[in-house]
Structures are given as C-alpha cells and as structure tokens.
Design a protein around this ligand. Structure first.
Ligand code: SF4
Ligand code: SF4
Length: 131
C-alpha cells in the first residue's frame, strides 16, 4: 500500500495512517530466526563454570537455564549475535572457549558438539519446554 502523503505537512494526529500493529504482547516467540542466522553458539560443558553471565547478557533470552544451570541454547530465537561468547569470562580470561561461535543455522550439525543443534545431551527436553 502506498500512502498519499501529499498533505503530510498539514496532517493532524488522527490523519496519520496506522503503521505496524502488535496485537499481542510477547508475540516475538512465534518468530523463529534460525533461517537467517549465520552463526550460532556452541558451549563446552567441561570448560563452562556455570557463572550464568551468558544468560544475563543474551538480548534474546536464548540461553536456556534449567535448575540454575545453563543447559543449552534456544536456537529458534538465538540470532547468533555472539554476545554470549564475548562476555563469557572463561573465553576472556582463561584462553579457553566455553562458548564458541560456529557457522551455520540450527539445521547444521557440528560433529562432537552434542545433537544436531549443538545442544549437550539432556538439554533437548529443557529447550523444548521453552519452544
Ligand atoms: S549468540 Fe546472541 S542471541 Fe544467541 S545465545 Fe548468544 S547472546 Fe543470545
Ligand atoms: S558465561 Fe561462559 S562460563 Fe558462564 S555460564 Fe555461560 S558458557 Fe558457562
């Protein structure tokens, strides 16, 4: 639809066309981003100290925590920004990689990094609870 804005300089508030409408709070949960993500985080369970900073920093609430521990990532909503890997203190201070960004969306398995989503064994059920 193309708006006729020829008189925009004299529009009153009631004349502005409605833009996007968000009819339901929290509806971004229905929007899955795995189709356009170019990278995704993979966590090394042994290197991880369970400090939970990745969970605190993730802007998309995509670090899945179960019983007070990080168990994986919600790859339906993780957009691969890499903030979790940058903020992980193990990565920054100890030269190990508790979180490593690897290429690919959710459909690309990484050998040796858990299931097809890079999720540690046992975390899939927890992730499905948030999906
Ligand atoms: S890559 Fe970004 S969106 Fe995905 S889990 Fe890490 S901080 Fe969250
Ligand atoms: S920030 Fe790093 S060490 Fe802390 S819980 Fe996340 S992956 Fe583990």
């Amino acid at each position: 639809m193309k708006w006729d804005i020829s008189r925009v300089n004299v529009w009153g508030a009631e004349e502005f066309p409605h833009g996007a409408v968000i009819p339901e709070a929290g509806n971004s949960v229905y929007y899955k981003v795995s189709g356009w993500r170019s990278q995704r985080p993979c966590r090394d369970e042994e290197a991880c100290t369970q400090c939970l900073l990745c969970w605190a920093y993730c802007p998309d609430s995509s670090v899945v925590v179960k019983n007070g521990e990080v168990v994986g990532f919600d790859y339906d909503h993780c957009k691969g920004c890499g903030i979790c890997a940058v903020e992980c203190p193990v990565n920054r201070k100890f030269g190990r990689s508790a979180i490593e960004m690897v290429s690919g969306g959710s459909d690309l398995p990484e050998p040796g990094l858990g299931d097809a989503n890079g999720t540690p064994a046992g975390a899939a059920a927890a992730i499905s609870e948030v999906g």
